[in-house]
Design a protein around this ligand. Structure first.
Ligand SMILES: *[C@@H]1O[C@H](CO)[C@@H](O)[C@H](O)[C@H]1NC(C)=O
Ligand SMILES: *[C@@H]1O[C@H](CO)[C@@H](O)[C@H](O)[C@H]1NC(C)=O
Length: 159
């Protein structure tokens, strides 16, 4: 491998994976180095919660309540030919259950570190006094990148 090939390979590796972190509600586990593109806390690709274990609920939300969810595109890998998107959902972590998609935000090619905020309404048909996950996903639609990145926050849904 000559030097130029090595440099190109390094650059390709550097940009290979889009990353996403959920800031509000705060995601499971740590959330370090958000000011830098490529934070290792934002590169979770294991469904449904990035492989991070469930924790205590970080907050309670009422059914019918409006709440602003904020997440960060930590590393961009937009492709103009096949733009991706982000989803914000609520539901259970159990595989086989369906997540209730509350918002769908197109990836319009914003740069790395862009923070997106979306207002969602907590659905009335959830069971009160139960724990749920607030789930966000970055669907890259980029053949050179992992198809999806995930983050979850553990929340309690109240009456
Ligand atoms: C939530 O926001 C919607 C508009 O998106 C509004 O119609 C509704 O009244 C709000 N609900 C509460 C409880 O504030
Ligand atoms: C969310 O709702 C609040 C309160 O109604 C409003 O001020 C804010 O602009 C909304 N944010 C977005 C991203 O729509």
């Amino acid at each position: 491998m000559n030097l130029l090939t090595a440099v190109i390979a390094a650059v390709v590796l550097e940009v290979c994976c889009a990353h996403m972190c959920m800031i509000s509600p705060p995601q499971r586990g740590s959330m370090l180095n958000l000011n830098k593109a490529g934070s290792s806390d934002c590169v979770l690709t294991t469904p449904r919660c990035g492989g991070r274990p469930r924790g205590m609920p970080v907050m309670g939300l009422r059914r019918g309540q409006n709440f602003t969810v904020s997440f960060q595109k930590n590393l961009d890998h937009y492709v103009a030919a096949t733009p991706g998107s982000f989803t914000v959902s609520i539901g259970s972590e159990r595989g086989g259950t369906k997540l209730n998609v509350l918002a769908n935000i197109p990836d319009a090619g914003e740069p790395s570190l862009t923070v997106y905020s979306v207002n969602v309404t907590i659905p009335m048909d959830l069971e009160p006094r139960r724990e749920y996950i607030m789930h966000s996903a970055y669907i890259t639609n980029n053949p050179q990148a992992p198809p999806e990145f995930f983050q979850c926050a553990d929340i309690m849904v109240n009456e």
